[in-house]
Design a binder for this molecule. Structure first.
Ligand SMILES: Nc1ncnc2c1ncn2[C@@H]1O[C@H](COP(=O)(O)OP(=O)(O)OP(=O)(O)O)[C@@H](O)[C@H]1O
Length: 283
């Protein structure tokens, strides 16, 4: 049985003064130890769901469970939750608050009343891990968007969360920065952090994730392995999410190649290459 690290059960939420319900009975479990992608159209409620993930928003109906235990919304419990569940916002400007890079990374640690030398060492290690040592004293407003994104991630990772929620982390990043970020996320995952990324980029979702969740209009409509999601082409197309490029490539292959390599659509270029290599050898 899958063990859920964080579980949302029948969540309902409408913003005060908003235009009606945003989450409408959403239930979703995040499997521990996996790299997960959350897909869904603009405005379907992904960011709102994330804000429920560490207790910033309290559901109006339904429950959020951490390792099977309902979240407490008392101050101390919430502070603990923000350490266990790191949330990186879509817009780093909403997250960066101090004046320099090092100060910003230390902010969450200072709130935990740690000794100054422990804070210094943790900040140093994170600056090093994110390749930002030389930027330590740079004012935040001098950073590029890509650097601000990295800093927001570094500021969350310094608290060593068990779960990392990332809201469209690759939006507006160039190809090189996107690859760097995905490499960093892989390293974070290998160090034991479960990662859930909301994204509109189908190529990244299917190439990177081991678990795919699809939301529509405030509800979960699919959760499962990437191969299973690709087999639900009608669902993805009806939501106008489109198919990843890898599926289009697969469709363009001669039918007998696909038949012989197994009808299942590959999730990544690597998988396609491996399966085609077998074909080319045969031919
Ligand atoms: N603070 C707010 N007050 C009122 N309505 C809000 C607020 N924040 C979001 N909404 C509304 O809630 C709905 C869901 O927004 P949300 O940002 O959760 O969706 P999303 O799936 O993350 O969208 P996107 O993919 O565009 O980032 C939208 O209709 C949005 O306008």
């Amino acid at each position: 049985m899958t063990s859920w690290l964080l579980e949302f059960v029948d969540l309902h939420y409408a913003y005060p003064g908003g235009r009606g319900p945003v989450l409408k009975g959403l239930s979703l479990g995040i499997p521990e130890g996996k790299k997960c992608a959350l897909l869904g159209r603009n405005g379907c409620g992904k960011s709102t769901l994330f804000l429920h993930g560490n207790g910033i928003i309290q559901p109006q109906q339904g429950q959020v469970l951490w390792r099977g235990t309902p979240l407490s919304y008392k101050r101390a419990a919430l502070q603990e939750m923000t350490q266990k569940v790191g949330l990186v916002f879509q817009d780093p400007e909403h997250q960066l608050i101090a004046s320099t890079v090092a100060e910003d990374i230390s902010y969450g640690l200072c709130n935990r009343n740690l000794p100054a030398d422990v804070i210094r060492e943790k900040v140093r290690a994170v600056l090093d891990a994110f390749g930002m040592t030389e930027l330590a004293d740079v004012p935040i407003h001098h950073l590029s968007l890509g650097q601000k994104r990295r800093l927001a991630l570094a500021g969350v990772m310094v608290l060593a969360p068990e779960l990392l929620l990332l809201d469209e982390p690759t939006a507006y990043l160039d190809r090189y920065q996107t690859k760097n970020l995905l490499r960093e996320l892989d390293a974070i995952h290998q160090n034991g952090t479960t990662v859930l990324m909301a994204t509109h980029d189908m190529d990244i979702a299917f190439e990177w994730a081991e678990w795919i969740c699809v939301m529509d209009e405030g509800r979960l409509i699919f959760a499962g392995e990437p191969q299973e999601a690709l087999a639900r082409r009608e669902m993805l197309e009806s939501l106008h999410l489109g198919m990843p490029l890898i599926a289009e490539l697969w469709d363009a292959l001669p039918p007998e190649w696909r038949r012989e390599a197994g009808e299942r659509i590959p999730c990544s270029l690597e998988e396609l290459k491996t399966r085609l290599a077998g074909q080319v050898m045969v031919r």
